[in-house]
Write a protein that binds this ligand. Sequence first.
Ligand SMILES: [Zn+2]
Length: 731
Amino acid sequence: MSKEEKAKKEKKTKKKGKAKKVLLILLGVFMVLMIGAGIFAWSYWNKLLEGCPELDLSKRYNYSIASTVYDVNEEEIAAYVGNENIEWVTIDEIPDQLKEAFIAIEDKRFYTHPGIDIRRLISAVIGQITHSSNHGGSTITQQLIKNMYLTRAKTYERKAQEIHLALQLEKQMSKDEILEWYLNILYLGETNYGVKIAAQDYFGKDLNELSLRECAALAGLVQSPNVYNPRVAVRENNFEPMNYRINTVLYTMHEQGKITDEEYEYALNDTFDIKESTERFLLYDYPTYVEYAIEDVAKELLEKDGQPVTSETLQEMRIKIRNEGYQIYTAFDRNIQDIAQQEIHDFDNYPRTENGEDAEVSAVIMDHHNGRVVAMIGGRSETQSAEGFNRATDSLQAVGSSIKPLSVYAPALDCGCNPGTTVLDIKEKIEGYNTDEGYPGGLTDEDVITMRRALEQSHNIPAVRFLLEKVGIDKALEYMEAEGFDLNHISPSPAGMALGASDVSTLEMTAAYATLANLGEYIEPHAYIKVLDRDGNVILDETTVERHQVYKESTSWLVTNMMETNMVNGLGVRGRLKHMHCAGKTGTHEQKVISFGGYTPYYTSFVRVSSDDYVNLIKPSSYYMTSALWKAYMQPIHEGLEDKEILPKSAEELGIYKTRLCTNSGLLPKDDCPTQYEYVTDESKPKERCSQHYYPNKEDLYECWWDENGVFHDNGWWDENGVFHLYTDGY
Ligand SMILES: [Zn+2]
């Protein structure tokens, strides 16, 4: 190699080295730029993910789901549904063709992609730019994420979050779990979420009954739930958009080899019936009871949460119940409800109102042993509107004398009276009765009267006197509150309490009567037996139901006994049941309301007839009417039940026994007192002897006497000289 050549080569090498250097620098700059871009992209990505929600998988079960109301036999009465209710189906319950229809049209690489589908994403972007297609590029996983976690806003942030969460979700759940979730929460037009409800709503079918074409119709809805909606097609008599979409779905399925040529051909030419109107929001059966039960549960849940019960909080809780998927097991007895509603509907002796309308009815039937409301009547016919006015619970009216056992007689017995205790029943001013006359109207004996007769004949003067002289307003109010009355509506006056001129509801009256029927123990009336949440946890049961003793058990026995004789000797006679013990009391308030409350060994029921406008009734004095009405439905309800004593404890068990009392003074008889047998306890047996009747009378032989120690015996008599003889003495 010549020197020249050498130099040339050297130069070349130098040149080469220089070029290498430049290349390296360039490379370095490029790498720095790349890293910079990477860092920038990474920080930009992270910025987009700021405020990204957590992937909370419990959200899977936070969908809206209707609550179900069951009767006492655990048969469904009603689905209490909201607007966005879902009926969850498991992946195994979803037919393959339905799954494949959705996958084919929405996300054909669903089973292979990691949550996002790059090829689909790129094709979506190109499609958008060239306007050649308008699919969103979102996978099923992304759609699910969007529906569950993100807003509808079309921003880069939201898209970035969607991708981020979709990738996370795929790591935590199986494909089947994701698909199941997706198909259950998907919006499919109208008020339909999820494939099960949509199939029922549009086609009236269960999922396993769907034809291939129907499957395709549902899958076709995802892109535009309104445009391709079967019901819209019917409504607008334009089936073209829907059919075009269905055929597209079928074509896609066929192209992907999901259906055979034959299936494809058949489905293309197949037809289906579309239900023209939704049945999802038609009124459920037994709305009066169902809505009472919902309100009852709502109140209890509010109280459990420590929240106040107002009309607003109640409405919020009702909405919650519509969407929380509770299982509400009630005491509702379909058989009893049907009988009572039918008999009340068919009853043909109702008074008419002054306005020329038919009087209306409300009634409640309770099992007094446990406080369960088993049936509720809101009118002569079952109401036809949802969440309407419930006469049995919402309507407060005066009920008249049917309140007397609850406000006067049971309290008086509890305060030491017995059924033979007497008061004046004459038209003269009563201290504390504030009207011009000074005493209430109505029939009177113009004499003294026993409590038993006063109840049987429903006299008003003795009721007022028993209230004022034997109990007192304040004490009686305490009893009424304990029996469950809302004292805000009770007028604390003799008329308001003893004569029933206070506003009370049919449900309140029934629960108070049930207290007398349950040996004096009040149990809060309630519809539910238990309530479960969607996971099957008991969130409410009867253990929280308020119960407390109001009366001595003996008081319950005595007042029951008085109302039993009222069904034989008194005004309640038309209500007496055949072959079944019963106790009850009529009531009339002015010319506006007639009522009857009573009970048997099995059930307590109160019934009220009046006008909604509270105007006069044309045949108001027919107090017989409500007792006959009560009998009309109570008799068939007791068909087949064994007759027995009303109360589970006998007089002996409760320390009650018969003794002779002076009919006038109500005290222990002496010499020529007119007397009767009456039930007393040691406590309520008079301690004094009658002082009204002194003189012995040969004709009147009385078997009662006191010995020198003041002990009472009932096996002797006085002669005309006032000398006492034992029977063994002979006479
Ligand atoms: Zn006497």
